[in-house]
Design a protein around this ligand. Structure first.
Ligand code: ADP
Length: 352
């Protein structure tokens, strides 16, 4: 078999092998050619698209503007948000050039198209994350600074109660920062594949007590009592104590944040069929619509972003899910009779 040398067949093979979509259009926008990658991006076969307008083959996702109006003299145009034939949103990075055709042939423009939908989503996630993370740090840091400055200025003049109030406020801010940093570090190690559970024989009652102590300043601030119920005679479990404490802290801090002030939060530990330990945290907040219940365990997912007056970056529940599943357990949430949510997780009593 002879080697394929540059020539018409070679050029055809080259164009069809490119990972970028190649589309050529006449001045009117009529499509002349689509390579295989362009077929994949647009969802249109060459035979069907040929002769149709690019405006029809790649309608823009929003507004009344048409594809051709976005083409300018510049070779690279701003990413275009279009719909493919199946109606799926795609973000396309497009570079254009005039085709050098023999004299007298009608002019044609070539569009080199790259589907950047995934990169774009990742980029938006990063920007969203950076914008929110600075806010997350700034809020407790400003509060810390204000309390420390007050203490520095007026230690002599403060009553013991006033001093205690300031120290409590500092404790509150430090706790918020600590939870935030723990979730961030955990998230980074999950993403880097460095997440490992370190099991030790653990008394679950001690973990509940520790989570309760950590949560105290947040709960006090919102005047929420924590009602815990634990069965007698619990054996030690083989779990990662720091991680399970983090799960408890995340669920409790959500119950506190999203639950109303002055309303108690309930933490129940129960045994299920002598096989599982089930721990639940229940609040009287607005609850979570059934269709969002799976979704909220994904990273960066926050409900009602506009109305969500509570601080947060949407990492807590994803960390909870990874830790619990790492222990061989499951997470979930139920609607709570009388209003609110009951988040729960299970841990197998025996390590598989
Ligand atoms: P964050 O609290 O930082 O936003 P999470 O991952 O802990 O992140 O929670 C994700 C979203 O789930 C929250 O933004 C909120 O919309 C919703 N949510 C979590 N816990 C509760 C709860 N107890 N009640 C109502 N909504 C909640």
């Amino acid at each position: 078999m002879s080697n394929l040398r540059p020539g018409p067949q070679w050029a055809e093979t080259l164009v069809q092998s490119l990972p970028q979509g190649i589309v050529t259009i006449e001045e009117s926008g009529k499509i002349v050619f689509l390579n295989r990658s362009a077929e994949q991006i647009t969802g249109w076969r060459m035979a069907e698209a040929s002769g149709k307008s690019i405006n029809q083959v790649l309608p823009l996702a929003a507004g009344k503007e048409q594809f051709l109006e976005r083409l300018t003299e510049a070779s690279a145009i701003a990413p275009i948000h279009a719909l493919n034939r199946q109606g799926r949103d795609v973000m396309l990075a497009i570079t254009t050039a005039s085709l050098a055709l023999p004299d007298g042939a009608p002019a044609q423009t070539v569009l080199v198209i790259r589907d950047v939908t995934t990169e774009d989503a990742a980029q938006r996630l990063r920007s969203y994350f950076l914008a929110n993370i600075s806010h997350e740090f700034r809020t407790p840091l400003s509060a810390l600074k204000a309390s420390v400055e007050l203490l520095l200025e007026g230690v002599e003049g403060f009553t013991p109660d006033e001093t205690l109030e300031l120290v409590r406020s500092i404790h509150f801010s430090v706790t918020s920062l600590q939870t935030l940093v723990d979730n961030l570090l955990e998230s980074v190690s999950i993403e880097a594949g460095r997440f490992h559970i370190r099991r030790r024989p653990t008394d679950i009652r001690l973990l509940v007590a520790e989570a309760e102590a950590l949560m105290k300043p947040l709960l006090e601030r919102r005047n929420q009592a924590l009602i815990t119920s634990l069965p007698d005679g619990l054996r030690n479990l083989s779990v990662d104590p720091m991680r399970i404490t983090q799960v408890l802290v995340n669920l409790l801090s959500n119950a506190s944040k999203y639950g109303p002030v002055d309303q108690p939060i309930e933490l129940d530990v129960s045994l299920q069929q002598d096989r599982l330990l089930r721990i639940s945290v229940a609040d009287r907040g607005s609850g979570i619509p059934a269709e969002d219940r799976e979704n909220i365990f994904r990273r960066f997912v926050r409900l009602d972003e506009k109305d969500n007056a509570q601080y947060g970056i949407g990492l807590g529940l994803s960390v909870v899910k990874t830790i619990v599943e790492g222990h061989g357990g499951t997470v979930g949430l139920d609607e709570r009779p009388g209003g609110g949510s009951r988040f729960w997780f299970t841990v197998p009593l025996e390590v598989a």
